[in-house]
Design a protein around this ligand. Structure first.
Ligand code: GDP
Ligand code: MG
Length: 301
């Protein structure tokens, strides 16, 4: 029996549509949405944090490695290569097609520059027969020296336990970097709540003396389309303030929603369905939800 704790960073790479978001969602139990980030604006963003009794794996997103053909982002390629060297393991996701696509070649080419163990994750095994899967294992293992090869279905959950065991194998003994209940650092959430707060304050002018706070209750991308559902709560200190924020016939709240949605839409690059609620919370400024909302202190990666 060992009571050592293991922790580390895992980078996830793979072509668009290969199932990265689905896999992340499955791993962290569908508790949160993974925003599909715009690669140009993303550098080593934390995608998900998995905390088990004996280990913590922090999954980080790898910026635009597939864009190299367009030449415009050498910088991103550099960032990706740096990421690969700094993490404890890389998960490379592919589909069971029985062959290697040019994008996969491209990723393997970059991975050759690192000493980090690379686990080949063959996803969507529910869509292929045994022979196709074996052929996929075969072609990839000839092309690159993978530390492990794990066929899974992120959709059905098949063999995902095995994948977690494999991931744990590559984590060094280390501290719990993040609290148990934290599944992502969700930088978008912070930005979104700030945007709503800013719009509300501008529209309200100085009518709400003690100000407001905004908390994002949920933010979830629809799996089947480019639409993000967001539920946010505007907190104020008094019932009378609540009336002002809602406005006559709900007009003020509606305007705050419209203005906020415009900005959030361009921030996320997808359609947004925004639901706003107003709640009274006395002494909100002393409460620790604000801390959660605005001020997590992250370890630098
Ligand atoms: P990403 O672009 O790599 O993040 O890919 P997504 O996670 O968005 O998945 C792309 C599509 O593949 C979605 O329609 C998923 O439902 C589907 N998908 C993901 N994993 C699986 C799987 O294991 N089996 C099947 N059949 N479909 C999957
Ligand atoms: Mg995705």
């Amino acid at each position: 029996m060992s009571n050592k704790f293991y922790s580390g960073f895992v980078s996830l790479v793979g072509r668009p549509n290969v199932g990265k978001s689905t896999l992340m969602n499955y791993i962290i139990g569908e508790k949160i949405a993974i925003m599909s980030p715009k690669p140009q604006t993303t550098r080593n963003k934390i995608q998900a944090i998995l905390t088990k009794p004996d280990f913590q794996a922090v999954f980080i997103d790898t910026p635009g490695i597939h864009k190299t053909k367009y030449k415009l982002d050498d910088y991103m390629v550099k960032a990706a290569e740096t990421t690969f060297s700094e993490v404890d393991a890389v998960l490379m996701l592919v589909e069971p097609l029985g062959r290697i696509l040019p994008d996969d070649e491209n990723v393997m080419e970059r991975l050759k520059k690192t000493k980090t163990p690379v686990v080949l994750v063959i996803n969507k095994t529910d869509t292929a027969d045994e022979e196709k899967i074996l052929r996929t294992v075969d072609v990839f293992s000839r092309a690159y020296k993978f530390a492990d090869i794990v066929p899974v279905s992120a959709l059905s959950g098949k063999n995902m336990d095995e994948l977690l065991k494999v991931i744990k194998k590559y984590l060094p003994v280390g501290p719990k970097y993040f609290p148990d209940d934290m599944v992502t650092d969700q930088p978008e959430r912070q930005i979104v709540s700030e945007l709503i707060r800013e719009k509300a304050l501008r529209l309200l002018r100085d009518e709400v003396p003690h100000g407001i706070a905004v908390e994002i209750n949920s933010m979830k991308k629809r799996p089947d389309r480019d639409l993000v559902d967001i539920e946010a709560v505007i907190y104020c200190e008094r019932e009378s303030h609540k009336g002002i924020i809602i406005g006559k016939g709900g007009n003020m709240l509606k305007n705050i929603g419209i203005k906020s949605r415009e900005d959030i839409t361009s921030l996320l690059g997808s359609e947004v369905n925004l639901q706003l609620w107003v709640k009274v919370k006395k002494d909100w400024r002393d409460s620790d939800f604000l801390l959660k909302n605005f001020g997590y202190d992250f370890k630098k990666i």
